[in-house]
Write a protein that binds this ligand. Structure first.
Ligand code: SF4
Length: 335
């Protein structure tokens, strides 16, 4: 059995699937949707880049892929957002509705910046668990970290979201309290002292997940990276602080030491290419397109990802929990 430390269980998380008796290799479909974002977060990993992209899927093609993933056994759709879902509600609603009708829950990552009551009701009614990005409770720090974000607006939207979800509580499973809201915090030297305040703000109805920064997207360059992580010692300190503060003891998706969206998933980029996860755009150059894939093929892609992870752990001599943060170039090479 996997080891989890959270007092609460997020609907759609690896622990949720374990509690509900799901044992299959393939559980997650991670989808990148063609969405834009008005924030300019300094930490943004800018999903879906790193190769020559094909034509963006139509809504109809995305719906077909979602249905095929369900046929292949997927139980939860994970949306990390190529951009910001709440600013592109029309695009998101079509995919979430298709997932819901096909029997999948959705885990969606969002800044919450454009979330309103209509969206909150839709997400609540369509089996969506949300992780809201919140790196500071201080307006000036929040604005610095997000480029131009307005903390008051996000907190107001969060209040609406909390009220809507509180009116529809999930029934406990095996004595464990289920939640459908989470806060996703990236810890850096800018906000490390705020972690207790963020935990207190989350109270009992919101799960808190804390991650160290990821050197991708806007944090690739040394100057940008060093604003967040001064040196290797600091990186270790932040990783440990994240582990201690995170309700899951790691990423939102970690189980048995590795990200389940990766190890128990298939991911599909905006152009339909299979990728090893939504942040691993380069892997799309090595994998086929999902548009015409059969359900068996979805399972075969997941088997290939797991086989590559075994080869990666043999090569590295350790098992990375996130093969994008640790060993990524070798993952791409071995795929
Ligand atoms: S493999 Fe890493 S970057 Fe990709 S979804 Fe999992 S934790 Fe996130």
């Amino acid at each position: 059995m996997a080891m989890f430390k959270s007092p609460t269980v997020m609907v759609g998380s690896p622990e949720y699937h374990e509690l509900t008796g799901v044992k299959s290799d393939l559980i997650y479909l991670m989808m990148n949707f063609p969405t834009s974002c008005s924030l300019r977060c300094r930490k943004c990993a800018l999903a879906g880049k790193g190769r020559e992209m094909g034509e963006t899927l139509s809504g109809e093609e995305r719906v077909m892929i979602i249905k095929k993933a369900v046929e292949a056994g997927c139980r939860t759709m994970a949306v990390i957002g190529e951009g910001e879902p709440t600013e592109n509600f029309g695009v998101m609603a079509e995919g979430i509705n298709a997932a819901h009708e096909a029997g999948m829950t959705t885990i969606m990552f969002t800044t919450g910046i454009a979330l309103d009551r209509e969206q909150a009701n839709f997400y609540c009614d369509h089996g969506v668990s949300l992780y809201i990005s919140l790196d500071s409770l201080q307006p000036r720090v929040y604005q610095y970290l997000t480029g131009n974000g307005n903390l008051d607006r996000v907190l107001t939207n969060l209040t609406v979201l909390r009220a809507v979800y509180a009116a529809h509580p999930s029934q406990p499973i095996a004595g464990r309290r289920l939640v459908r809201l989470g806060i996703n915090t990236t810890v850096s030297e800018k906000n490390i002292t705020e972690l207790p305040a963020i935990r207190a703000f989350a109270n009992e109805d919101i799960q808190v997940v804390v991650n160290p920064p990821m050197r991708r997207g806007r944090l690739t360059g040394t100057k940008q990276w060093n604003r967040f992580v001064a040196d290797n010692d600091e990186q270790e300190r932040l990783t440990e602080a994240a582990r201690m503060a995170s309700d899951t003891g790691g990423h939102t998706s970690v189980a048995n030491g590795v990200c389940s969206y990766f190890a128990h998933g298939v991911s599909v980029d905006v152009d339909g290419a299979f990728v090893t996860c939504g942040y691993a755009g380069e892997t799309g150059a090595k994998l086929p397109n999902a548009t015409t894939a059969t359900a068996d093929y979805f399972r075969a892609v997941n088997a290939r990802i797991r086989a590559t992870y075994t080869a990666l752990t043999d090569y590295l001599g350790h098992a990375p929990s996130c093969p994008v943060r640790d060993g990524y170039d070798d993952l791409v090479r071995l795929l």
